[in-house]
Design a protein around this ligand. Structure first.
Ligand code: ADP
Ligand code: MG
Length: 386
């Protein structure tokens, strides 16, 4: 019995029926492209959220997290309502409760209820998608326990619906898809319009490479409003250009499209989205040919585009990228929505101590709190553990 299962037994007084796990993710490239119907290229982290679970028969949902101070949150499944998510210290429970609500709303029977206990080593709020890991772990547990016929992409879509409609976060489908569908040693090339998936071999370790994840541990307050404004800027620009989404602008026609935009802010946002989509395509080609190191400069180019054209970086992220690159990284970029969270650096495996030291030193020199630095390799998606 693993630690999560043991804790479940101590908490509820009987053993769970099983333990399920779902990973956090890092997006290698393709930032702010998802709401433009574009491409993303995330991979699953080795860090994951485990959910120990058992069915009940009385329609009650009991939720507990080793990582939240709320104690057990008890909810009546029949009464779950997006207009009244769990308040205060229990607000984290909106993520798993939202998944149950989304399953119920899709006509999938989970009405008997469940006891759940989760624990995670995905840092929360670091841009590594602990929220999707939590949703997907819980969704997979319930789908297995109740014998629901759900494909992985369907599970991802339900988890996203939980976050959009129940928790109230307007995220795209990347995080949940990466957590539910990624495979070990691969990045996941996802077309966010068609939802077509391609698993791209990206075995860093075998190539003598490593990915450094630098969690700046800052989250600047302007993130939410800025995200909404970026989104509407893109949709406005697409309307001016007469395309359904910015994804429909071919890279080759970028200059022409920019000339057709009067608003300089629209021009910057469009340039980021179109060049970023192109970077995804190019990096996929490089990975397919095994030229992993050559992806580095495109990562750094992507960072500059997010910093200068999309204006979603921050001093801590810029410093992480500059310091990692100066210490020998092949390339680096902020990853996730921005204004804090994590940066990613592609490095030689044996350069890890040196690059980590350089980044930490740069943060100290600038008077920033020390970053949390871990290494990641593309790992497996969600699975049942036992
Ligand atoms: P990210 O997904 O980048 O980590 P989010 O703000 O989207 O950041 O999600 C973080 C939130 O998800 C936390 O504040 C918490 O409410 C919830 N959460 C994630 N993992 C856990 C966990 N293991 N236990 C309890 N709540 C969690
Ligand atoms: Mg999240």
């Amino acid at each position: 019995m693993n630690a999560t299962a043991r804790e479940f037994r101590e908490l509820y007084g009987y053993p769970p029926e099983g333990v399920w796990a779902a990973p956090g993710r890092v997006n290698l490239i393709g930032e702010h492209t998802d709401y433009n119907d574009g491409f993303v290229l995330p991979f699953a982290l080795p860090q994951r959220t485990e959910a120990a679970a058992a069915r009940r028969g009385d329609g009650l949902l009991r939720l507990h997290s080793a990582d939240a101070p709320s104690g057990v949150v008890s909810l009546d499944i029949a009464a779950l309502d997006p207009a009244h998510p769990p308040p205060g210290a229990a607000s984290w429970a909106a993520y798993p409760a939202g998944v149950v609500w989304a399953l119920r709303d899709a006509g999938l029977p989970v009405g008997g209820g469940a006891d759940l206990h989760v624990r995670s080593d995905v840092p929360t709020g670091a841009g590594l998608s602990s929220s999707a890991a939590l949703e997907v772990a819980v969704g997979l547990a319930l789908a297995d326990l109740y014998g629901l016929a759900l494909t992985r992409p369907e599970l991802a879509a339900l988890a996203r619906r939980a976050e959009n409609a129940y928790v109230g976060v307007p995220c795209g489908v990347m995080d949940q898809t990466a957590s539910a569908c990624a495979t070990d040693g691969h990045a996941l090339h996802l077309d966010t319009r068609s939802l077509e998936q391609r698993h791209i071999p990206f075995d860093c370790a075998a190539a003598g490479l490593r990915l450094l994840v630098i969690d700046t541990r800052v989250k600047h307050a302007l993130a939410d409003g800025a995200y909404a404004r970026r989104r509407s800027s893109c949709h406005e620009a697409a309307a001016v250009l007469g395309v359904p989404a910015l994804r429909d602008l071919p890279y080759e026609e970028l200059e022409q499209a920019l000339a057709g935009l009067a608003d300089p802010l629209h021009r910057k946002r469009v340039r980021h989205v179109v060049t970023e989509n192109e970077r995804v395509v190019r990096i996929v080609e490089l990975l397919r040919s095994g030229a992993f190191r050559e992806a580095g400069p495109l990562l750094t180019e992507g960072h500059a585009s997010l910093r200068d054209d999309y204006e979603v970086s921050c001093p801590e992220l810029d410093l992480a990228v500059a310091a990692a690159n100066a210490a020998g990284a092949y390339g680096s970029r902020m990853t996730g929505g921005g204004f804090g969270g994590s940066a990613l650096a592609l490095i030689d495996a044996d350069a890890e101590p040196e690059v980590a030291r350089a980044v930490t030193g740069a943060f100290r020199g600038a008077g920033h709190a020390p970053p949390r630095i871990t290494t990641a390799a593309p790992s497996a998606g969600a699975a049942r553990l036992r």
